[in-house]
Each structure stands twice: as C-alpha cells, then as structure tokens.
Design a protein around this ligand. Structure first.
Ligand SMILES: [Zn+2]
Length: 313
C-alpha cells in the first residue's frame, strides 16, 4: 500500500482515520453558479469558520476530510494546508475538473488538448499546485453532465485515467443528479481505470437499485456523499440502500460524506446539519436498522484508507 497524500504531505494510510470522502472547506464558484444556485451561501472564504466546523468534526470523532473543490470552483490549496496545520484534521485536496456546468465561463476545457489536461494533473499531483506553497493534490476529481457525457467531459475523464495510471492516485467523480453512473463505469473500464481506486460519486442523489448494484458488481467504489440532503432523496431510503448493499456483500466499497458546500449547512455559521451529523446521527441510524458496526467502520475508516492510499505504479 502506498501513501495517502494530504495537503500537509504524505502520511501512512493508518494515520488517515475517520474520513468524510467528499466535502468543501474553501470555495469560490463561478459567477453563473452564484447567480443560479444561491449567491453568497455558496462562497466559503472564511477559514476561521471552516476551522470551527473542523473542530466540531473532531469532537464527533472525525479525523480526515477530502475537499473536492477544483480550480473552477475556487480551490484554495494554501487555505486547506492552513486548516490542516491549525486543526490537525487530515485534508486531501483535488486536481482535475468537475463538469461543463461548473467550468463554463471559468476554464476552457473544450479548447485544451488531452496532453495539457494530463500535464496539469501530473503537476498538481506530483510537483505542486501552481501558486501554492508546495501543496500537492491527493485525488483526481472528474465528472459528467446530467444524463450525458459531453465530449470535453469524455476527454477530461480519459486524461484523468491516464494521470491515475502514471501516478497511482485515486479518482472520484461527480455524477450530476446521480445520473448515468454506468456510463462513467463504461468509460473507466474502456480507458483502463483501476476500479478499486475509482469511486463513482453522488450515487445517493438518485436511488436506482439496479444501477447501484451494477456499479458495485463492476468493482468500483460507491460514494454515498449527499447524506442529510433530504431534498434529493429521503434519508430513510439512503439508509435502506446502504443496508441492502451491505447484505449483498459490498461493504468494502461504500464511503460516506455530506458534500456540505453551503454556509447554511455548516454549524459554524449557525446552520445545519454540520460536520457532526454523519458520525452522531446517520451512522447510529444505520446500526439501528441492523447494519453492523464492523461495516460502518469500513465505510469511514478502512475503505478510505485503502482508497486514498496511492497505488504503487
Ligand atoms: Zn461536491
């Protein structure tokens, strides 16, 4: 097993600890998103507030957070490094690009060659994120639009798989509204991605049992990373899907997170559910319906540990 690459440097996988696999601690979305999706609520620039949220996370038993913010969403590599230094929470930051709806007007992905996209990721992963104080990315973020993979997204995904092959870094995805996870799997299989180091994300935005089971059977990791968002799917159904996946023998593939990317979702801003919810409410709920503690421990400790450790290449 290789090392886990945090914003503060490489650590042994054993040191990672209780992990939320998809969050945002420092963001600045493009203007088109701010106008469409909620203005200042989406901007996370006050690192004192993010640190406060991480202190709440620590009190709940949390030890590591993956920040899935990319450049088009205002990634703040040095800010994240500062948060890890100040709070002691392990933070992994992302390279790659999410999908057209996010990079529109911010990053010209359509106009770039696969080689330049690959070079950008390799620099972030193995050298340093440009304009940062030597901070490196630890995971590759990729994604697709609602119900389709646009040509520039296909190009981006394939460049991301190449970056994985060169470095051994893990890949995790954004599926828009949870759609077409199997199309992502098809492209990953075709491009030769390593399923054990590739997580299909936002699956719990669309609870389609056949799709979930097919992703699991293909050997990919499953991101249940919209936890608490009842406006997407009722929490009880999320619980039911995880229970069924565990019963089908897929507990080694599931990871959990809340994708808390708004001030109004953070306890530090007076909002909710905040960073304690999954550890204090959601996981006990899973236990209550019969999911064993050995399985939930895998979802937040052992699976992230194996997934975020770079493969030796
Ligand atoms: Zn996100």
């Amino acid at each position: 097993m290789g090392k886990v690459h945090t914003v503060g440097g490489e650590i042994d996988p054993d040191q990672l600890g209780v992990t939320y696999c998809h969050e945002h601690l420092a963001t600045m979305p493009g203007q088109h998103l701010l106008e469409k999706m909620g203005g200042d609520d989406l901007i996370l620039e006050d690192m004192a507030k993010s640190a406060e949220e991480l202190e709440i996370f620590k009190r709940a038993g949390g030890q590591a957070v993956v920040d899935c913010t990319t450049t088009e969403y205002g990634r703040g590599a040095d800010k994240l490094a500062g948060l890890q230094r100040d709070t002691g929470v392990n933070i992994i930051c992302s390279t790659g690009h999410i999908m057209e709806g996010y990079w529109r007007g911010v990053e010209d992905i359509a106009g770039r060659s696969p080689e330049s996209l690959l070079d950008e990721m390799l620099t972030d992963l193995t050298d340093a994120i440009p304009d940062s104080d030597g901070v490196r990315a630890g995971v590759i973020k990729l994604g697709s639009s609602k119900d389709e993979v646009l040509p520039e997204e296909d190009k981006m995904i394939r460049a991301g798989v190449e970056a994985q092959k060169r470095t051994g870094a893990p890949i995790q995805t954004h599926t828009t509204a949870g759609t077409i996870p199997l199309e992502q799997v098809r492209i990953f299989d075709d491009a030769g991605a390593d399923p054990e180091h590739t997580m299909i994300g936002h699956l719990d935005r669309r609870l389609d049992w056949d799709d979930h089971l097919a992703v699991a059977k293909a050997g990919y990791r499953l991101g249940f990373d919209c936890i608490s968002k009842e406006h997407y799917q009722p929490e009880a159904q999320r619980i039911e899907f995880i229970k069924r996946l565990v019963e089908e023998g897929h507990e080694d593939q599931i990871m959990l997170s809340g994708d808390i990317a708004r001030r109004s979702y953070m306890t530090a801003y007076g909002g909710g559910p905040g960073y304690s919810y999954i550890l204090w409410r959601f996981i006990p709920w899973l236990h209550q319906v019969g999911v064993p503690e050995s399985a939930t421990r895998k979802m937040v400790v052992d699976n992230p540990k194996a997934f975020y450790a770079w493969k030796d290449v």
